[in-house]
Design a protein around this ligand. Structure first.
Ligand code: PHE
Ligand code: ZN
Length: 872
């Protein structure tokens, strides 16, 4: 195989079906201490109409091929060759149906990329999405090739007592030399990316679920022995998800067994392999001492997400990888809806919109911008993005809003009726939605074709005489290429408030389709206050002029909880942006008295839901604020942010302290019901404000919380406050954190790192470098890498130091990591991609580092693609 990685760009428009297809896969894994043998037998058919002499192409990456035969006859080397470094071609003619057998050897213990077959701690496991199966054996490694799998695993019985693969276990028993075996059969045809196998010494918990047609499903969750007690929350979440999908979409589980395995080393969150989900430990293990309330919610959401993939992804899969959002956007939407039903709809919506705004909007506004259905890729792994996932989910949500709950369900039913068992496209999904509802969704395709965040401007006119309200909506969107996008079809949910705060008219969904469109509403008795884009009904930026009084009015009266929160966020960001401007002009920063009043009112309103109250009190995050700055000036922005927070705290110090104390829970018993979670959230937001004051009294309160916390939520909150205020209390809290929890728990260690890397202090860069050299730091574990590198990249002022030292430091680490794990290195490099948004010195420094990556010999295709796209 050729040494040099060729950078080959693949295009969506080039899709063609294969001439042959694999129908059945038989695999034998023989796991040994230092090497694993993989024997495969593929049942292959020529497609009707394909030429008899067509060659047969198979993907294979980094394989040591020991033998190859067709129908039992060894293939002479003259019959096959590597036409590309990862593509083997067997020349024709070939029978219309044949069996291809191969034997390859691999070394899982040396696989640091964590794609294909690898070893995580003592566990052998696989990761095949998107193109990892080709690193295990030769295969048509593309999602439109759906085959049934039969798998036999052989391994040492003592070190690998547990042997798992997809589907049902059909046989198991002992072999010679202390070895044993198990065989599995998965009756559902699936693409190779859903294959999985696991071998190791695992502990487990068991449960069952009875489906609505009264089938009993065995549920098993596996982890390293010492973590087994942290699996119960995931199990509980799984059962809730199974029930919810039956009730909401009529979707029932289709096999007798469902397994989840937790591994330490994993590039992503989790993977939906058929009946054998493999999870990053960080997305499945939970105990009050090691996981925060947010972790508990995230785990519930991800367990549901992977489970939901069984229908949206596995039973109906993607024709090609450009269609990724077909399964991911839809499944994220499903897990979001599930979480809204399980916890609080408004809270969940606020959290999800925050992610879209602070992560997806910047991506859409930078050089990595792509439509939710990308047109090309070099390394598919680079397209598991917030755009494909999160904007993709917003697009699905728009179908839901446009068609209504019932209409959406009809569309889903038709989608499964038409496409169960096949590999389809986003157009097929859109067609099912349109046909089931008898509506025209042609224009809606533009969400799949055009990148960029649309801006919608609203102007309202009210005619007192005629009692007529007219709303003029104008949309515009710049594409990444710099042109104007064609108008999108989007739902704008609008509420109309009377002066007393009641709803003057029933809420409406305006269907905006034109670049400029007027909506006239008759019989409106008085001039309403508009509540626009309720629930963030479209992934856009809304522009509408209103003063602080009106925002305060909405904060107090809007019946849409999301928009009440939104009004407060707008008020915060106005003040912070004004202060950043003042700072840049060398003028004094000021605190807007109306903002303080509004914050005081929210703080004192004990009738509010505490989680919502906490979010209403939380400042917009820095990424979010940076997005609406013309040129990002990290120093001015961070200083304005800190000033605003500190001045609010100064004005409301006593109220904040009182609210903090009023929401303390007894330390001797831990609760994690909604009320307790709300209390912790509110209390810790107050603590965050108080810590901004940085005086001894408040830092002592933080320290006390850190030392006496009965759960990770409170420890993380207090330690974060202190990490931003270096000194005696901070040292004590962080040392306590390390000794009590972090030193022997990988996931807690990650939190301990992340808190420090994110802390905005003058020592930030020195601190991250020290953490990098910490004896427990290992660059081989993606969770640890992310905790340090991604958290530091979010430390706006210090990562973006004007002298470029932060950028240089991170790039050094990326180049080091790239040699081991290209996927994770490439993800981290995206943090330098948005350079055009910054001032000249920072632009130059970020660009210089991207160029350095591009010019480095031997950089992986994943990382190279990011550098090239960012610099384009
Ligand atoms: N398909 C996984 C999910 O979103 C994500 C994933 C992608 C995991 C690639 C591993 C590798 O559920
Ligand atoms: Zn997914």
């Amino acid at each position: 195989m050729a040494e040099k990685k060729a950078l080959k760009e693949k295009f969506r428009r080039d899709y063609t079906p294969t001439n042959y297809f694999v129908e059945q896969v038989n695999l034998l894994f023989q796991v040994f201490e230092d090497c694993t043998k993989v024997s495969s037998s593929l049942k292959v058919k020529r497609r009707d109409g394909a030429p008899e002499n067509a060659p047969f192409q198979l993907d294979g990456e980094g394989l040591t091929l020991q033998s190859l035969s067709i129908d039992g006859e060894t293939l002479p080397p003259s019959r096959y060759s590597w036409v590309e470094e990862d593509l083997l071609e067997i020349s024709g003619p070939l029978p219309s149906s044949f069996v291809l057998q191969s034997l390859v050897t691999t070394k899982p213990e040396e696989n640091t990329q964590l794609s294909g077959l690898y070893k995580s701690s003592s566990i052998y496991c696989t990761q095949c999405e998107a193109e990892g199966f080709r690193r295990i054996t030769l295969m048509q490694d593309r999602p439109d090739i759906m085959a049934t799998y039969e798998v036999r695993i052989e391994a040492d019985k003592e070190s690998c007592p547990v042997l798992l693969s997809n589907g049902n276990m059909t046989e198991n028993g002992d072999l010679e030399n202390g070895r044993h075996f198990a065989t599995y059969n998965d009756p559902f045809p699936k693409p190779s990316y859903l294959f999985a196998m696991v071998a190791g010494d695992l502990g487990f918990i068991r449960d069952t679920f009875v489906t609505r047609s009264e089938k009993v499903v065995a549920l098993n969750m596996y982890s390293e022995h010492n973590n087994v007690k942290k699996l119960y929350h995931a199990m509980d979440s799984l059962k809730k998800a199974m029930r919810w999908d039956e009730e909401t979409f009529g979707l029932e589980y289709d096999l007798d067994i469902f397994n989840v395995v937790a591994v330490n080393d994993f590039n992503m969150g989790a993977m939906e392999n058929k009946s054998l989900n493999i999870f990053n430990t960080s997305c499945v293990l939970a105990s009050p001492e090691t996981a925060t309330d947010a972790d508990y919610e995230r785990i519930q959401g991800i367990i549901a997400h992977e489970y939901f993939h069984n229908w949206t992804g596995n039973r109906v899969t993607c024709r090609d990888w450009f269609q990724l959002t077909l399964k991911e956007g839809l499944t994220v939407f499903r897990d979001q809806q599930f979480s809204m039903d399980m916890t609080s709809a408004a809270v969940k919506r606020i959290e999800d919109v925050n992610v879209v705004r602070s992560m997806q909007f910047p991506e859409d506004n930078g050089p990595m911008a792509h439509p939710i259905r990308p047109e090309s890729y070099i390394a598919m792994d680079n397209f598991y993005t917030v755009t494909v996932y999160r904007k993709g989910a917003e697009v699905i949500r728009m179908y839901h809003t446009l068609l209504g709950k019932e209409g959406f369900r009809k569309g889903m039913d038709l989608y499964f009726q038409r496409h169960d068992g096949s590999a389809v496209t986003c157009d097929d999904f859109r067609r099912a939605m349109a046909d089931a509802n008898g509506v025209d969704l042609t224009q809606f395709e533009r969400w799949y074709l055009q990148a960029g965040t649309p801006v919608v401007r609203c102007e309202a006119k009210y005619d007192v005489e005629a009692k007529r309200l007219s709303l003029l909506l104008k949309q515009s969107c710049r594409t990444p290429q710099g042109g104007d996008a064609l108008p999108f079809h989007m739902p704008i949910r609008v509420g109309f408030l009377a002066q007393d705060g009641s709803e003057l008219l029933p809420e409406r969904v305006l269907e905006l389709k034109e670049a400029s469109q007027e909506f006239v509403i008759e019989n409106v008795n008085s001039k309403p206050v508009l509540s626009l884009l309720r629930g963030f009904s479209a992934p856009i930026k809304l522009e509408y002029e209103r003063d602080d009084e009106e925002l305060a009015f909405l904060m107090a009266h809007d019946k849409d909880s999301f928009n009440r929160w939104e009004a407060g966020q707008l008020m915060f960001s106005r003040t912070i942006h004004a202060n950043a401007k003042a700072m840049q002009a060398g003028q004094a920063m000021q605190l807007n008295a109306k903002l303080v009043d509004a914050v005081r009112r929210t703080l004192l309103d004990t009738s509010l839901d505490k989680s919502l109250q906490a979010y209403a009190l939380t400042l917009p995050n820095l990424q979010n604020l940076a997005e609406s700055m013309e040129i990002v000036d990290p120093d001015a922005l961070v200083d304005a942010y800190k000033f605003t927070k500190k001045e609010i705290a100064r004005s409301l110090r006593d109220h904040l302290l009182k609210t903090y104390e009023a929401n303390l829970l007894p330390e001797d018993s831990f609760r994690n019901d909604a009320e307790a979670i709300g209390m912790r959230r509110l209390k810790n937001v107050c603590l965050g404000y108080l810590a901004a004051l940085g005086d001894k009294e408040v830092l002592d309160v933080c320290l006390k919380q850190a030392l006496t916390a009965n759960c990770m939520t409170d420890l993380v909150a207090a330690a974060s406050c202190l990490a931003a205020n270096p000194g005696e209390q901070s040292d004590k809290a962080l040392e306590h954190f390390y000794q009590q929890h972090a030193k022997d728990d990988n996931l807690v260690f990650c939190k301990w790192i992340a808190i420090q890397a994110a802390a905005c202090t003058d020592q930030a860069l020195e601190i991250v470098d020290k953490l990098f050299k910490h004896p427990s730091f290992t660059i081989k574990n993606p969770n640890i890498c992310r905790s340090l590198f991604i958290s530091f990249a979010g430390n706006m002022k210090h990562f973006h130091r004007a002298d470029g030292s932060g950028h240089r430091w991170l790039t050094d680490r990326i180049l080091e990591l790239d040699k081991l794990n290209p996927q994770t290195a490439a993800k981290i490099l995206t943090k330098l991609a948005g350079y055009k948004r910054f001032d000249a010195p920072r632009q130059a420094s970020m660009k210089a580092q991207l160029e350095r990556v591009r010019n480095t010999e031997g950089v992986s295709k994943d990382t190279m693609e990011i550098a090239i796209r960012a610099l384009a």
